[in-house]
Design a protein. Structure first.
Length: 597
């Protein structure tokens, strides 16, 4: 009995000794390969082997811990040692979708592997551990074909799984949307309603172009795009989406697709297909399973051919409140104090796409009740709101802003929203409306709050009327928020800090503040940003400011007085967002200008 036990102990000892010898031998071979490749030096290898004598970690782990090599160096050396192919991170991401989908996502994640390509009918699978016989055996049964393993870094495989399977899921969702996509145009002539253009003038030869246009639109809806740009480049057609306020190129169809895309968009927009020399504007409506989107079409002839811009306006019910816009509590208090006034004018200013309409509708949601008759005049009606009478401007039939407003005055209104003041006549009616016991909400294109006042005067409204009717002017911008999934802390460089040109008071406030930015991930399309929030500049028109408007003061004089009375500028409001870790310095520099003394 004792002899048997002794033999078993001896056998176990010999086995452990052989494993240790094999481990040391493998370590030496890997180290020699890395030295031969010039990745590490002989001295670094000696230090690593000395460290390994007191550790159970593998040589690669120790090399990375000591900072002598990175993960990709280690796995490149291992691939040479094992005599198998190494796949870089870029090669992993080049895998075709039809190959990746062979392995279920759950299995790929559990075993840290991903299908990469076919070579002579054999499936090549990137693995972090190519010696995992059980995983390879299961893969062979799962794929029902021969499987060959290749080596890749664990982080590279995990990143590929994230991106490739998200792409597959998104492709499936887009195909579902394409199948349900219906396109409608406004009826021509005196007819009312919409006409189904989903298959209008479509032949068998047109089918690929129709599918491509539907794919572009459906993909834009999935990516939260607000605009689609299609334009001719030297070697391809560029398709870009404006996501969170910034254009991103998403696909590059061949040149041959350009005429077909232009013609298809013109057909569904009821535009002249033969006209290629003049700009054209049109519109159509998209109805998908769960949403309805109004699409505004602009076609512009350029030296390289016609360019298309599609503006996507989601017509779903409005659901945002003032608290969701990103206003700080002190701003929210000022804003709410003014929108509940019985009469006067509130103007929200900013460039196109800065969220002005969203702010106005959030204001109406805050104050609307069954006791009030609320009417809007817009072009286009961007949101549908219950309890609000919304009028769509139609210039072709004479229903302009001014014509609609004159009729609304006879509708016994209490509160009025004017989509935009574009001319003197509209401004005059709006001002008179606000001076006769009504509250008016409107927008104006201007750079900041003080210049909004001078812009209104420039349109043709006398200063004494401007000063009498204005309650509040608010300028706003939308800034991208740092992606919450890849957000990390960092130290800003000297360029970023100096570009802000902060005052001494602002520098003191920023002492000890932590700065953040996004690393870039699948969730944010590798931009580091996801979604947007507002920054605001509020100018209350009262007291000294009102008197300055009466005296026709210029915008700089108004600005100086407003700041002296506590107005927070757009740049300073943005700095607060940076200090709160909501956005980045570079994003702030993108959307605001420096205020010079």
């Amino acid at each position: 009995m004792l002899i048997c036990i002794s033999i078993a102990i001896l056998a176990k000892f010999i086995k452990e000794l052989m494993e240790a010898t094999k481990h040391i031998s493998a370590a030496n071979r890997l180290g020699e390969i890395l030295v031969a490749e010039g990745i590490i030096s002989d001295e670094q290898l000696r230090k690593t082997l000395a460290e390994q004598q007191y550790s159970t970690d593998r040589i690669g782990t120790i090399l990375m811990r000591l900072g002598f090599a990175v993960e990709e160096h280690i796995y490149t050396g291992l691939s040479r040692q094992m005599g198998i192919q190494f796949l870089t991170n870029d090669q992993l991401l080049e895998a075709p979708e039809e190959v990746v989908r062979i392995i279920p996502e759950a299995f790929a994640r559990e075993n840290t592997l991903v299908a990469n390509k076919f070579v002579d009918g054999t499936l090549v699978v990137a693995m972090a551990d190519p010696d995992d016989i059980i995983a390879i055996d299961n893969l062979t049964k799962l794929a029902d074909r021969k499987v060959v393993s290749a080596l890749a870094t664990p982080n590279g495989i995990r990143n590929a799984i994230e991106q490739l399977y998200v792409r597959i899921r998104k492709a499936g969702e887009v195909k579902d949307v394409i199948g349900d996509l219906q396109i409608f145009a406004e009826a021509e002539g005196d007819e009312e309603g919409l006409v189904d253009m989903t298959k209008a003038d479509m032949t068998i030869e047109d089918a690929p172009v129709v599918k491509l246009v539907n794919l572009i639109i459906a993909d834009a809806l999935k990516e939260r795009a607000t605009d689609i740009h299609v334009e001719w480049q030297d070697d391809y057609v560029s398709v870009r989406y404006r996501i969170d306020g910034v254009l991103q190129e998403v696909m590059t169809p061949p040149h041959s697709s350009h005429p077909g895309i232009i013609s298809r968009v013109k057909i569904i927009s009821r535009l002249n297909i033969a006209e290629k020399r003049l700009p054209q504007d049109g519109r159509f409506t998209i109805k998908a399973t769960d949403r309805e989107v109004d699409v505004r079409v602009s076609i512009l002839p350029t030296v390289n051919g016609e360019k298309i811009v599609l503006r996507l306006l989601d017509k779903s019910s409005f659901s945002r409140s003032l608290t969701q816009l990103g206003m700080e509590p002190e701003f929210l208090k000022i804003f709410k104090r003014n929108i509940v006034q019985p009469y006067g004018m509130i103007i929200v200013s900013g460039p196109t796409g800065s969220g002005k309409s969203t702010t106005l509708y959030a204001s109406l949601s805050e104050i609307k009740s069954v006791e009030d008759n609320i009417t809007t005049v817009e072009d286009p009606v961007e949101y549908h709101s219950n309890g609000v009478n919304q009028v769509q401007v139609k210039p072709k039939i004479g229903l302009t802003f001014s014509a609609a407003l004159r009729s609304i005055l006879r509708q016994d209104p209490d509160k009025l929203l004017i989509g935009e003041i574009r001319d003197g006549e509209t401004a005059d009616i709006a001002v008179k409306f606000s001076l006769t016991g009504h509250i008016v909400f409107t927008t104006l294109h201007a750079n900041d709050a003080p210049s909004t006042i001078t812009r209104l005067i420039d349109i043709g409204v006398p200063p004494f009327l401007v000063g009498s009717c204005l309650l509040l002017v608010m300028a706003q911008r939308l800034t991208r928020k740092i992606c919450p999934r890849c957000r990390y802390e960092y130290e800003p460089d000297e360029f970023e800090l100096s570009a802000l040109n902060m005052s001494e008071e602002e520098k003191d406030r920023f002492k000890g503040i932590k700065f953040y930015r996004g690393r870039g991930c699948v969730h944010c399309r590798n931009t580091g940003y996801f979604d947007r929030t507002g920054i605001f500049e509020l100018l209350e028109v009262k007291g000294a400011i009102r008197r300055m408007i009466f005296d026709n003061a210029n915008q700089e004089e108004i600005r100086e007085e407003a700041v002296r009375r506590g107005m927070i500028s757009l740049r300073v409001a943005g700095l607060r967002k940076v200090a709160a870790g909501t956005t980045t310095i570079r994003e702030l520099l993108r959307v605001t200008v420096q205020e010079y003394e």
